[in-house]
Design a protein around this ligand. Sequence first.
Ligand SMILES: NC(=O)c1ccc[n+]([C@@H]2O[C@H](COP(=O)([O-])OP(=O)(O)OC[C@H]3O[C@@H](n4cnc5c(N)ncnc54)[C@H](OP(=O)(O)O)[C@@H]3O)[C@@H](O)[C@H]2O)c1
Length: 271
Amino acid sequence: MFEDKKIAVLGAGKLGEALISGLIDTKLVRENQFIATAAHNERLEQLKKKLGIQTTLSNSEAVRKSELVLLCVKPQTVGEVVRQISDDLTLDHLVISVAASVTTRFIEDLLFKAVPIIRVMPNTPCLIKAGMSAIAVGRHATAEHMKQAQKIFDAIGRTVVLDEKHMDAVTGLSASGPAFVYIIIESFVEAGVKVGLPRETATLLAAQMVLGASRMVLETGEHPAKLKDIVTTPAGCTIDGILELEDGGLRVTLIKAVVRATQRARELVNG
Ligand SMILES: NC(=O)c1ccc[n+]([C@@H]2O[C@H](COP(=O)([O-])OP(=O)(O)OC[C@H]3O[C@@H](n4cnc5c(N)ncnc54)[C@H](OP(=O)(O)O)[C@@H]3O)[C@@H](O)[C@H]2O)c1
């Protein structure tokens, strides 16, 4: 499907780089199929050196040389970039926007032609093919366009197709979520150090434990509460730890973090 397609990555920052690296790693797309842009030459030099891809400061040039456009700039920059490339986009392009907060309607309204737009909310674990991406379809995108988007994001993790109204919630949960989980892992490591473990060992124990617990939820299909009950023996040590978590309000804090991030996702497009 992507054999000869050229892919423009407009705004190849942290997420753009994660997507390019992840896709090159899957061998679904080759280095020479990418053309990436950024605002500064230094960033382009970095990308060229690290990923061996073609780069340009011109979004228009990248779009003219490609069939698929991955729009990876910050939400508040999307309008400016879409206006820049509107003359270069044709009905044969597919635009996939990963910008938080920006609706397909917003992009469609800036264009005077029915260019197909798909909105995706991925996360940085796409870098290691463990991403989670939600995909929503714009007005002019067909089932075939959706298939292309799914193929890209399935290759670098899992995908779910959702109504666009849920995209801010996805942003607050699975796009911001890795940052929340890193803080949790970091805290487990500090805890391990506090109870006498070497930092490196504590990091391995904490990270592999989180990975294992996640896989248990995904692979057994059991409710997390049931899996928790299996660990929690009566009068054992886990229940004492759970008591501390409840006392510290961990659940409420995590729920509030996702709610707040979701609210912020609604505002980003306005700066
Ligand atoms: N980070 C995540 O985990 C994540 C997850 C899901 C979705 N997203 C979405 O992905 C997008 C990018 O986020 P990010 O974290 O990757 O941000 P980032 O690292 O700041 O990347 C943005 C990139 O855009 C470039 N840029 C700025 N103005 C430009 C322009 N006019 N034309 C072309 N490139 C331009 C910047 O270039 P310079 O480097 O040269 O300044 C930078 O490389 C956002 O819309 C965000 O909502 C991010």
